[in-house]
Design a binder for this molecule. Structure first.
Ligand SMILES: *Cc1c(COP(=O)(O)O)cnc(C)c1O
Length: 486
């Protein structure tokens, strides 16, 4: 006789207790979001909590209560992007409703690699909506991904494979000398994609930009001609709709012409800037975007979907699927049963198992509608312009670049300081802003000078927040200038 093995389950032993603890966590999370505008922007994780996350691997679990306590204590220690005065890099602020969509998605625990189940139809709806949002044809395809970085890899893989007749999927590059073009303001993910795709980041030509930080079209044409004369194969042109440094937007329409005339794939990085398509006032800036062969953008930035959520949209479904589709015996398509609902998302990207990001994206658009999301864009652009006006009007500050969209780069000035001291002054101001919890801008370099970079992709930001930031910069500039003089 064998002794019976007691059953193991990871479900709660007592659902009543579990419900109570789950409700408590929901309340703590709601408190966090209802009070998003209060308190410090960035609150670093206290040392004792850092230590608590250096524990040995637990052989025996600590139980639900202990885990919930540790999670609750973690809640205030984000980067600060839920706060109205988070202005660093490009972060979206998220929404409370999205948190609820995430709970529902977790309850379904769906795998969106493929198969015939409810979640697949939600993602298809998102793909349809993206086509419509960006004026792409019915024949376009798309995939929800984690962010613009991977979306760029997927788009440029399709571009690379189309250029080489898709034989490259089995034969490799075979000595092909593909080159691509983008501006010197482009995000580093583009060069990284060239690296990942085996093209080498040197094969990406960084073309200089004009006074408004847009790609210099004459320099672009000259670079293409030079490469053609040298026997290289120009295959991809990458435009930016909203560059990281200053938010500039390339002349996408002319770039689409150049790509067409030279047989190149035209890709647009619209990580945050593509969202301006939802704004009636800013949409004209994106003219030509609808002609792209592919577009990479994020929902988690200006569309305020909770992290993470990005998208790749590709004009030719056939090119897209030809670059990724692979259906081994254990994943074969059927017209009935669970293996129906073809084609599957896994045929459009490198991943097989995929979570249900589409639900929070769908919920955000369905709840708020594109007009309201577009008004957030308008509001942030107006705030950036307002800050730009303040920086231009004051003799104690200098506007460092035209405000193209939602980013304002400026710096504090103090008489008698060298350029190197001004760099130190502005770097220190930003550090003190972050450390004091007042606001969280970042820094960047423009013309070799350190600028305070204020990016506003935040539906919670109000004009008063801009005033608080500007006043704090003035006060800290005095304080830091005094310290530097010592
Ligand atoms: C944020 C950003 C990226 C990278 O997107 P991830 O979602 O972080 O991968 C690429 N390009 C631009 C212009 C960006 O702002």
């Amino acid at each position: 006789m064998t002794t019976p093995i007691p059953p193991v389950s990871l479900d709660p032993e007592n659902w009543e207790d579990f419900r109570a603890s789950a409700h408590a966590m929901l309340e703590a999370a709601l408190d966090r979001l209802e009070g998003a505008g209060q308190g410090r922007v960035w609150t670093p994780l206290p040392e004792d909590q850092k230590t608590a996350f250096q524990a040995p691997l637990p052989r025996t679990g600590h139980g639900n209560d202990a885990v919930q306590d540790q999670i609750t204590a973690l809640l205030p220690h984000g980067v600060g992007n839920t706060h109205p005065r988070f202005f660093g890099w490009v972060h979206g602020a998220g929404t409370p409703s999205n948190m609820i969509a995430e709970i529902a998605a977790a309850a379904m625990n769906a795998n969106l690699g493929g198969r015939d189940h409810g979640a697949i139809y939600v993602e298809r709806q998102v793909v349809d909506w993206c086509r419509e949002m960006f004026g792409f044809p019915e024949t376009a395809s798309g995939l929800v991904v984690s962010g613009t970085s991977i979306a760029t890899v997927i788009a440029l893989k399709a571009a690379r494979d189309r250029a080489l007749g898709f034989a490259t999927r089995t034969a490799g590059l075979n000595g092909a000398r593909l080159v691509g073009y983008t501006s010197d303001q482009t995000h580093s993910c583009v060069a990284r994609a060239f690296d990942i795709l085996g093209l080498g980041s040197d094969a990406l030509r960084k073309i200089p930009t004009d006074a408004e930080f847009r790609i210099d079209l004459a320099a672009l044409r000259a670079a293409i001609a030079r490469d053609q004369a040298a026997g290289l194969t120009p295959f991809a042109l990458i435009g930016t709709a909203g560059a990281v440094n200053v938010g500039s937007i390339d002349d996408l329409d002319t770039m689409a012409d150049i790509a067409r005339d030279t047989g190149m794939w035209f890709h647009v990085d619209g990580a945050f800037g593509a969202t301006a398509m939802l704004s009636t006032t800013r949409r004209p800036l994106l003219r030509g975007l609808e002609r792209a062969d592919s577009l990479a953008f994020d929902f988690h930035k200006w569309m305020q979907v909770n992290y993470d959520a990005g998208f790749v949209l590709i004009r030719s479904e056939e090119d897209h699927r030809s670059a990724f589709s692979e259906r081994p015996d254990y994943l074969v398509a059927t017209s009935r049963g669970l293996s129906a609902a073809n084609p599957w998302p896994t045929e459009y990207g490198p991943e097989l198992s995929r979570g249900f990001r589409a639900l929070k994206i769908w919920a955000q658009i369905a709840e708020h509608g594109t007009e309201k999301l577009g008004r957030v864009v308008d509001q942030n652009c107006a705030q950036a312009a307002y800050l730009g006006d303040k920086a231009r009007a004051s003799t104690a500050t200098e506007l460092m670049a035209p405000v193209a969209l939602n980013i304002c780069c400026f710096r504090a000035l103090r008489a008698g300081l060298t350029e190197a001291q001004l760099d130190s002054l502005n770097t220190e101001i930003v550090l003190r802003l972050q450390e004091s919890g007042i606001a969280a801008p970042s820094t960047t370099k423009l013309y070799g000078k350190t600028a305070i970079r204020v990016n506003i992709t935040n539906h919670r930001t109000r004009m008063e927040d801009i005033d608080i930031l500007f006043e704090a910069v003035a006060r800290l500039a005095d304080e830091v200038a005094r310290d530097l003089a010592v």
